[in-house]
Ligand binder design. Sequence first.
Ligand code: PHE
Length: 450
Amino acid sequence: MEKRSSFTGRIGFVLAAAGSAVGLGNIWRFPYLAARYGGGMFLLTYILLAVTFGFCLLIAEIAIGRKTGKSVICAFASLDRRFSFLGYLAAFIPMIILPYYSVIGGWVTKYAALYVTGGGASASKEGFFSAFTAEPIEPLAWFAIFIGLTAVIVLFGVEKGVERVSCVMMPVLVVLTVGIAVYSLTRKGALDGALYYLRPDFSAFGIETLLAAMGQLFYSMSLAMGIMITYGSYMKKDISIVSSARQIGIFDTGIAFFSGLMIIPAVFSFSGGDAATLNQGPGLMFVTLPRVFEEMPLGHAVGAVFFLLVFLAALTSSISLMETIVSIIRDKFHISRRLACLAVLLLALLLGIPSSLGNGLLDSVRILGLSFLDFFDFISNSVMMPIVALLTCIFVGYVIKTGTLTDEVALNAPFKEKRLFHFVIRYVAPVFIVLILVSSILNTFGVMTL
Ligand code: PHE
């Protein structure tokens, strides 16, 4: 078996991990959650959670990976045999997410291609999005293109593929996001939107703000599914875990922040802050934004840049999903990277088909009242990820003890936030996670509406 590959340095590691974290979660999900859950209040809650909870969990996962040098299944098993089940549980999550994430990635690819080839006007037509996703063949084809591209990059291996792509993409992404945010802020009426987004209105705070922000944090930082463990296993011992985690967090939260700033004021400017438009949810990006672009001067060019940006962000995230699965399979079955890639590609293609057809041919098929795509999203994000995060905290806090990881973290640089880490992992995180888990399940079954 080939030698385990590793990132060439800290910048490579940070960019690749940030490439995984920054994705559809930041650009598409974060703005619509912020718009829905009280703007500034949501933003503030999210940032507070990110610097405490997100930061600590990120450090814990990277440290587990680097300490063991293994991907998720073997990592937990080598620290404590009794917890190998946790590795399997975590490993399962990317396998569920990759197919449906790539289906959405395919939609984004379609939009990017449409805008780049000058067809942006049609995307703004009433019913365009629902007609496109209801069609059987075309979305499937875009899905196959998106996931095929992911597989090709993963095939080239960690330093040649993932790292090189991330090194080019991430800086471009930052420039584009900030650029569009600035552009969007100069629109007439955008200022009200900016105020709504930036000024916390404490009366808008509620348990649901906290829960929505918390769920978003896991998803956005790619936590609780073995991804950061895998990436940590590729990290060299002389690189500081704390400053890497800090930079990844800043990157991820920064892109989410600017995505909100490019979408919310723009939507305000064109709708006058109408509550129904703000509450649009998942459709905000695919349905409202093309209309916004249509009315903007230079809108088609801005639209092309925007969807290209989302495409790049989604691609780096799907790369991390596939890389994690490939790495797990190779550690387990000792097969070549090429064979593992092919197997994962075929499986994901197969599993993605129901999600892709869920808005059209299979529209009537529901599991627990959810379409295939929503079901996979729910099972992974609202059920499995909180469970894995909870068990990880219990494992680190009470089984191997935080000291095992703080020693690893302190190998090359003093770990100043050690006490915060200990406190969050042992006490704060477990309580919060149980809250999310219970509420999100109640929410989905309609017992409680958030
Ligand atoms: N963190 C990614 C995002 O914000 C999503 C993602 C989830 C990526 C799970 C990998 C794994 O879009």
